[in-house]
Design a protein. Sequence first.
Lengths: 336, 567
Amino acid sequence: MKAVQRYALRLERKKYLVRAWRKSRSLLSVADRTDAIRTGDVLCFCTLRNERPRLKYFLSYYRDRGVSHFLFVDNDSDDGSREYLAEQRDCSVWTTPDSYKRARFGADWMNRLLRLYGTGHWCLTVDPDEFLVYPFSDTRPIPALCDWLESSSIKSFGAMVLDMYPKGPITAQPCSDGQNPFEIACWFDAGNYMIQRNWTYGNLWIQGGPRARTFFAEKPERAPALNKIPLVRWQKGFAYASSTHMLLPRGLNLVFDEWGGEKTSGVLLHAKFLSTFVEKAAEEMVRRQHYAASAEYKAYHDGLTKDPDLWTRWSERYINWRQLEILGLMSKGNWA
Amino acid sequence: MSTLGFVMLCHTALHRAAQVARHWAERDCPMVIHVDRSVPRERFNDFRKSLSDLDNVRFCKRHRCDWGTWSLVKASQTASEMMLAEFPAVRHVYLASGSCLPLRPVDDLRAYLAARPMTDFIESVTIRDVDWTVGGLNEERFEYRFPWPWKTRRFLFDRYVELQRAVGYRRKLPEGITPHLGSQWWCLTRQTLSAILEDPRRKELEDFFRLVWIPDESYYQTLVRNYGRRIESRSLTLSKFDFQGKPHVFYDDHLHLLRRSDCFVARKIWPRANRLYRTFLSAEHTGDRMAEPAPGKIDRVFSKALERRTRGRSGLYMHSRYPNPGWENGITAAPYSVFHGFNDLFENFEAWLSRRLGSTVHGNLFAPRRVRFSGGADVHAGALSASASLRDYNPEAFLTNLIWNTRGERQVFMFGPQDNQRPGAFMANDDNAQISVITGAWAVRLFTSNRNFSDIRTEAAALQRREADFVETLRDRSRRADIRIWTLADFVEEPMENLQGILDAMEGAPVQRLTEAPRMVDLQGFPQFLQSLKNQGMNPFMVGDFPQEGYSGEPRSGDASRPYLVR
């Protein structure tokens, strides 16, 4: 990579940092418990809007796995999400009525909070419908993974988004408050993912899965990206460049091995295709706050109003992380 | 009888170290604990206080410890001297760290050592014979000077090594010393240990080892060769290193593995592995008291992990394995077969081949309109879609996914010049591919089609061009696939022998001879068709020299109803 390009990326990173500061001035603190954060704590950062039914399970999932503190940005919820989170003793909450889209889909807000509170910590940046599965996640908490990554001098941990869906129409089985969404949406596509390398930022660009298969078969280039880097040992000056798909400095994006080996990696189980999804898609059609002029939601909306059954006879039923490891959707690497 | 004493070096997770120290001390093992001086005074005092009720626990003078430097040896020397001086009954001194955990009752260890009263347990291998270290420096550890800590002064460290290499500097070994290396966790007898510590030349040797790289892996390991009477060159502490040379960490889910290993002490334990600490520090062992440590099973687990990290799984492309070209260790996961032109020449070739092989056979996977999976399915293994646009977005990924998803079941599919040609070069470079080609077979399909001749002529030209390109790719010298190419004219001369040859080369295919012949398209009038093409100025050269009189559609010998037998 030429020095000019490297310098351009540096400027770009600085731009994101300034932008994060600018866009975050509207963040209003609802509950600030960040003084409870201790050295070595694993923190979870999350942006949300109207996710009240999901929050109970989300919090318990990550608490069980050793996350010590949650930092939420609430984008103008009106379903009680903000109030619910503000009551939790391990949550700090900010709120903003500003445009999600103009904050680069929340990345600016996240970058700001990460810089202020995440520096020096292992930080997990996820959406409320993303659940991290990593090697040994049934027996070892996230801090065990972080300790190991740190002792191996690894700064970032990659995970692929795995879209989970129910068998039958999405609306058929509602998910109740606090219920594990994967009791309903327990199916996934095991092996239809396509990878390209992004040489500018050094990350992989992965597309595929049920979304590409059902909604984007005719326009595969528009299918959503599934590569994410949700877990990072944050340092001042780091910035998410596009959602959590890629980071700057670009060295953090090298979460894959180029020489034939496998690095340790995880999967983000994506509980998007639940009964609430249809309403969300309809709402987004009006709000148009999502990526690429909500093209994704438009495609969903068109697809879902017809017959929204993502299940096929080759769908795989989720069991545990070992199954994902055997299928080649994640890897233990040399963590044993 | 307190014949076994522990020297413990700690710097982090002091509460765990205290737990283990208490465990040993309460079981009548004197302890001398060295705490890194970088630990703040208050934390050290708390730690000390937590063990103050035990009268056989001592704390020695603290040194500041840096990984890979002399300070660690210094710490163990200070602590060992204290141990030998203050606990005269101690016969064996065991060097442990704060992240060690006893796996068997200390009585087992005592009995084991009592049965070998004069044996020193210390891994000690000569640098000449064995590559003990994982990567990095080996002999050079003793040849250069290493005054800078690698962890904190990497730049200086590297530059100084380069400088010494450049000027050809070599240190002189002290007399009577043969460098040995080994794990830094040992168990030495009083005699050996005191001989090392009371050596009249100790000053001179220390001066040498102070500038050796990672002296805690070589100081005792080298000197023990001069004084030890009986050396068992292995460590009683189970401690595994990964490919970066850092110790593997044990977690709660290793419980059964650790228990079955019969090792006395394991390192390192994750400080928050509550179940391990609870189990091994409370329950008394029920197994064979004199069992030999057997770390083999654990070795296998870790060497598998190492292989996964360095070699990975062949043919897998995923978000943490995306090899550069040439580094894949096999670009696909399993062998597969490609038949080019066969389903043009034979009727129902896929069905026949499927019966023959007893497995699924796909149609033209890269057909222009949709993926022709076997049975005409809309999705296949791994939820691969039959959509042509999805497949053509990344045809190589489509192919590698299919092969990966169906590991254990050989994939067989048809290919032809009308299909998407992009994966052609990929397959030609794949060791796992078996590609059989009948060139010019497209002419048979055109011959049987009901179309205007001018359209046929245009299409024939296009197909021939694509096929010629593909064959060119296959003939490239760097190709790695198992490739067979016939012209149509050559192939129809001996179709059964040729098919038999292909099936014989397939791994795992049934070995019996072909009995049922696939039905060839009736070629009556085909030579005239070819001649018409030629007359229109389109030379179907890929077909080969098809004789004017033609062949019969059925095998030449015998009548059509009799099964064809190859003798």
